[in-house]
Write a protein that binds this ligand. Structure first.
Ligand SMILES: Cc1cc2nc3c(=O)[nH]c(=O)nc-3n(C[C@H](O)[C@H](O)[C@H](O)COP(=O)(O)OP(=O)(O)OC[C@H]3O[C@@H](n4cnc5c(N)ncnc54)[C@H](O)[C@@H]3O)c2cc1C
Length: 496
């Protein structure tokens, strides 16, 4: 029995074993609590979406000196070749508010942003090792110039991130139960959360604790909830990550009175390989992504463009782009590159096989797209391209005029064979609707009062993201509120 694996009661139970939950568990332990982590998945599939992730963390910093403590492995001469710019708190807030159309909760996002850098150094001290992130930062020449805000990712991406976090959890003496699914809350008459009911292969049992932290993800792997909340078509979408985020803990939290907040019809979804599996594969993790579309044109199966591929750098458009693909006939899009841009296709495309052809009719036939329509689209697109210098490393303003949708940056004529085409579909990453938490990571009820003994962090929380999302914020949000929730849950449990 999980609850009897030690002789004494746990102070804090953490539900889930991804980045949000593990950082919460580590923080609770650092603050003196005896902690139990409950992971619904078997050990071989542990780690949630965090394990599938690219491991990119978006955090605020004032310049390269602040990055140096995160990369102690770099030599002085290597630092001379690195440019990370400045990504201060105002810029982070501006980006978050711009892409969420001003709807992100200000108090929560300010806490997220203000504590982002200290949380990065805290994670470094816990043993997380960092690397440069080349996604959205095309390399030009000798220098390494990174897109400000998303310069850093965990070494070996999400797989590395959960490896480092599980190591830290083990070293901290935190117990983990696998195949331990939370199936209900324990509450006293006053409404205090006093533990959870779980089911393991050994049966159901009650596990009491002084406080509970939910880090159990969203509902993206549950087709019934996707159809119910996200709307038509979403039940059939491919899932990019774990199959275990099926939303039951979110429902249970709502059932005991937690306030639902945020964009319940919204989610993070990106272009992925059209032939990707229905749920994420640990052998590929994030390598089904198809995010080099800003240097392509994207057409649907009718041969028509449907989105401004160059509206902004991919970090600010990839979520919109995924959703836009889902609304196209059969939910398929084709990303067309020519010999001028094929070298800009990122490495992850090597998991797929492109359609290649020497003329537009040939690729149209291979794509099963009407050739007249595709020729017409490309003719109109090419005629609309304005002169100017093409620069993949910055928003170059090289755009189209007179077509709809426009292409606002990186508009190069598609005229240099061979043509290389990758089919893409929409893959859901995580859902935006969730429970309300405050800046102390306490779950609040529908009267906006904290539910005693209940905390939450990560995907299960709402009010952070609406419509769109700045890449790298999901992991950062989980870690910042994991750290806060862990220390507050420990204080509450030990003070009781
Ligand atoms: C392919 C891919 C790439 C991504 N890349 C990035 C990136 O580079 N940067 C970024 O910021 N974000 C990225 N994301 C998003 C990011 O992974 C998530 O925002 C983040 O991992 C969510 O963390 P979490 O801990 O809340 O949830 P998860 O990591 O999904 O953890 C949820 C945990 O809860 C467990 N669980 C669920 N239900 C129960 C239950 N009833 N009982 C017990 N346990 C339960 C699950 O098994 C899992 O362990 C990516 C996601 C994917 C899928």
């Amino acid at each position: 029995m999980v609850g009897q694996s030690t002789n004494s009661r746990y102070d804090v139970i953490v539900v889930g074993a991804g980045n949000a939950a593990l950082t919460a568990a580590l923080s609770a332990r650092q603050n003196g609590a005896r902690v139990l982590v409950l992971e619904k998945a078997p050990q071989s599939e542990r780690g949630g979406n965090s394990r599938f992730s690219g491991g990119i963390f978006r955090f605020a910093y004032d310049g390269i000196e602040e990055i140096k403590p995160l990369r102690r492995d770099m030599t002085a001469s290597e630092w001379d070749l690195v440019d990370v710019g400045v990504y201060d708190e105002d810029r982070y807030l501006g980006d978050l508010m711009r892409v969420t159309e001003g709807q992100a909760n200000r108090e929560l996002t300010q806490t997220l942003i203000k504590q982002s850098y200290t949380t990065m150094t805290w994670m470094t001290d816990l043993g997380v090792v960092w690397d440069w992130s080349i996604v959205w930062s095309p390399r030009t020449g000798e220098r390494m110039s990174f897109n400000p805000g998303t310069a850093v990712q965990a070494k070996n991406k999400g797989v590395g991130l959960v490896h480092y976090l599980f190591n830290a959890v083990q070293q901290a003496g935190i117990d983990i139960a696998y195949q331990a699914k939370m199936i209900g809350f324990l509450q006293d008459d006053a409404g205090h959360v006093t533990g959870v009911r779980i089911r393991t292969p050994g049966g159901a049992e009650d596990v009491p604790a002084g406080a509970v932290i939910l880090g159990s993800g969203g509902f993206e792997a549950n087709p019934e909830m996707r159809a119910r909340y996200l709307g038509p078509g979403w039940d059939q979408v491919k899932v990019r990550g774990t199959r275990f985020n099926t939303g039951e803990t979110l429902r249970m939290a709502l059932d005991i009175g937690a306030m639902p907040v945020g964009h319940w019809q919204g989610c993070h979804a990106t272009p992925i390989a059209a032939n990707a599996a229905p749920v994420g594969a640990l052998s590929l993790t994030d390598r089904t992504n198809r995010l080099s579309y800003p240097y392509s044109i994207m057409v649907n199966i009718q041969g028509k463009r449907f989105i401004d591929e160059g509206e902004d750098t991919g970090a600010y458009t990839y979520v919109k782009a995924g959703r836009a693909i889902l609304t196209q006939p059969r939910g398929i899009a084709y990303q067309i590159f020519d010999s001028k841009t094929v070298h800009l296709i990122e490495e992850r495309y090597s998991t797929g096989t492109p359609i290649v052809g020497d003329n537009i009719r040939e690729i149209a036939q291979k794509m099963s797209v009407p050739d007249d329509a595709l020729e017409q689209t490309i003719k109109e697109f090419n005629a609309s391209v304005q002169p100017g210098a093409f620069d993949p490393a910055v928003k170059d303003g090289k755009r189209t005029v007179g077509i709809n949708p426009p292409k606002s940056n990186w508009a190069l004529a598609i005229d240099s064979p061979p043509y290389t085409v990758y089919p893409a579909a929409c893959g859901i990453t995580f859902t935006f609707g969730g429970v309300k938490i405050d800046t102390e990571a306490r779950v609040r009820d529908t009267e906006d009062i904290p539910i005693p003994g209940l905390y939450a962090t990560g995907e299960i929380t709402g009010d952070f993201f609406f419509h769109n999302y700045p890449g790298g914020t999901g992991l950062m949000r989980g870690a910042v509120f994991g750290r806060i929730g862990g220390s507050n849950a420990a204080a509450e449990a030990l003070g009781r």
